[in-house]
Ligand binder design. Structure first.
Ligand code: HMG
Ligand code: MG
Length: 298
């Protein structure tokens, strides 16, 4: 049975813009966030409090945060890799954060300069302090469905790292297909393993990149397993600066077309999203890769 309502966790301003070669002016980023909320989004991942040398696109995190006109009832999570990042976020009054780990060693080193064990040690005080402050804490797990350097990733490995992140106290886990290689059978196997282990399905989100055009098939598989939080990025922006082969996330508009066609409510206005992605494409100087945006634009 499919859920009647799904929460779209919008990652455009973060996962989307972190990988665009054009660094947008902060005023455009703030308008982007405002447009997403106006379209009906209730979760908009706004930015990252990471090292500016590692991700220069997110160097304006503080400035952007101060420009966002926070709407009651909307969550604006930010990425924080370590206690330094959490401190920066707390100083601004952020209420939702995300730590981001990897199930594979290679990506962990490339993205965080840490082994998986070291990254979990780094996250432990971040999650504990954030929870103590009453914040929501998402735990991302990258490379759950395949890794560009290590190839196939055993389901048992995903389960192991997911369990450790969950035990740290994360309130939600997001399973990342960082390079977009997942197919439905694999999605099914990973979700079955996590759900059987006792991680509540209501606390599991899926994060698909669309490199091989499988993101919607994978999403439908996850919906059938009971997942009700789906990550997506406006216009299909994005990728990951530390995983070269990744293309953009599942486009929010393609996801909306899919969900609304199934009669699943999202509370988000597709027309406003298309207009936003067309507007943003103009500022980025490249057209949106989303099929739905292309079909409905103009
Ligand atoms: P490091 O070089 O090991 O850092 O990087 P360090 O702890 O050794 O500290 C070195 C210096 O950086 C120190 O300054 C720190 O204060 C400073 P110094 O004392 O030398 O002057 N520093 C910071 N400055 C600002 N903000 C901070 C911060 N932390 C330390 N938070 C580090 C380790 C984690 C910082 C670095 O590797 C990093 O910033 N990585 C971020 C990578 C990233 O953002 N990747 C993209 C997001 S993940 C993703 O896209 C995947 C996802 O979408 C899911 C999926 O698709 O799979 C989520
Ligand atoms: Mg991603």
């Amino acid at each position: 049975r499919l859920p009647s309502r799904v929460t779209i966790y919008e990652v455009g301003p973060r996962d989307g813009l972190q990988n665009e070669s054009t660094v947008l002016p902060v005023t455009i980023k703030a308008e982007f966030v405002a447009r997403l909320v106006d379209a009906g989004h209730t979760v908009v991942e706004a930015t990252s409090f990471v090292h500016p040398k590692w991700v220069p696109q997110m160097a304006d995190a503080e400035e952007l945060w101060r420009m966002i006109d926070l709407t009651p009832g909307v969550r604006y999570p930010v990425l924080v890799p370590n206690s330094r990042g959490l401190r920066r976020a707390l100083d601004l009054g952020v209420r939702d954060v995300a730590v981001f780990g990897s199930v594979t060693e290679t990506f962990s080193r490339r993205n965080l300069n840490r082994t998986v064990d070291e990254s979990l040690e780094m996250f432990a005080p971040v999650v504990a302090d954030a929870r103590e402050g009453g914040l929501g804490v998402r735990g991302y797990l990258s490379m759950c469905f395949g890794d560009p350097w290590e190839g196939e990733v055993p389901v048992s490995r995903v389960l192991e790292v997911a369990t450790r992140m969950w035990r740290l106290g994360c309130t939600e886990l997001s399973l990342g297909d960082t390079i977009g290689v997942a197919t439905p059978g694999r999605v099914s196997a990973v979700l079955d393993a996590l759900i059987t282990s006792g991680i509540p399905v209501g606390s599991i989100a899926v994060h698909f990149h669309d490199t091989y055009g499988q993101a919607l098939a994978n999403t439908l598989t996850a919906l059938h397993k009971g997942v009700t939080t789906i990550d997506a990025s406006a216009g299909g922006l994005g990728g990951c600066p530390y995983a070269g082969s990744a293309t953009g996330n599942l486009a929010t508009e393609d996801l909306l077309w899919h969900l609304h066609g199934l009669g699943i409510e999202t509370g988000i206005d597709l027309r406003k999203m298309v207009d936003t992605s067309v507007w943003l494409a103009h500022h980025l100087g490249r057209s949106s890769p989303s099929r739905t945006v292309t079909a409905l634009a103009g």
